[in-house]
Write a protein that binds this ligand. Structure first.
Ligand SMILES: CC(C)(COP(=O)(O)OP(=O)(O)OC[C@H]1O[C@@H](n2cnc3c(N)ncnc32)[C@H](O)[C@@H]1OP(=O)(O)O)[C@@H](O)C(=O)NCCC(=O)NCCS
Length: 185
């Protein structure tokens, strides 16, 4: 038996009818606030980069699911830099929203800030992830188009399109290199 049926997930997770009407980024907007605990950190008290990456993936996945109304998988995460360290007791805020949509994929922008209660908020990291919507057979399925409403959302969409183009160029260049082809041939 399909394990998804066994735990009742197929019925809950996969929508019977998909609503593909366009929607704004506000539909997917997601905020997670979580205090950092001992289990998130090394014995020196520094929160692991992987803890932050997991929160980024979680918030991004929630945003993508809110946009498309069904299950998604993480297809990729662009490079992530950590601009400040995070410690036990800090409050981490992770904000995510869909920046742009393809046919079956969504680029989600995620921003991480840290706040030591009672002090200023510090920007820790920004990441861009691609999620792909799946149907009940685990195949990519179309997502609703995004309609940005503000200048800021239009800027994010334009930048997401540049990143998408770069990802596709890189993927194709790597494919050609593996196949032993040279650039331009
Ligand atoms: C992501 C996945 C569904 C794509 O499947 P696929 O057979 O390559 O599908 P397609 O070639 O039809 O691509 C589907 C979409 O994914 C996008 N895509 C595929 N691989 C990608 C990658 N590495 N980075 C970004 N986008 C990617 C394509 O651009 C396409 O987008 P579009 O429909 O908006 O144009 C498949 O690779 C997969 O299941 N990967 C494992 C994902 C997973 O389990 N993640 C959790 C971590 S363990």
């Amino acid at each position: 038996m399909d394990p998804y049926d066994l735990i009742g997930l197929r019925r809950r997770a996969f929508p019977a009818v998909r609503d593909l009407s366009p929607r704004p980024p506000s539909v997917s907007r997601t905020v997670i606030v979580i205090p950092m605990e001992i289990s998130h950190a090394s014995i020196a008290g520094f929160v692991h980069g992987g803890t932050i990456m997991r929160l980024v993936d979680t918030a991004g996945g929630i945003a993508a699911g809110r946009h498309c109304g069904g299950p998604t998988v993480t297809a990729s995460m662009d490079e992530m830099s950590f601009l400040a360290s995070v410690h036990i007791g800090d409050l981490v805020t992770v904000r995510a929203q869909v920046n742009d949509t393809g046919r079956t994929s969504m680029e989600v922008g995620v921003r991480v800030d840290v706040e030591i209660p009672g002090t200023d908020t510090v920007h820790v990291s920004t990441a861009h992830l691609v999620f792909v919507a799946l149907d009940e057979n685990r195949r990519p399925v179309p997502v609703p188009p995004l309609v940005p409403e503000t200048d800021e959302e239009r800027r994010r969409q334009a930048e997401a399109r540049i990143r998408r183009e770069q990802r596709l160029l890189r993927k194709e260049a790597l494919r050609r290199a593996r196949a032993g082809e040279t650039a331009g041939s």
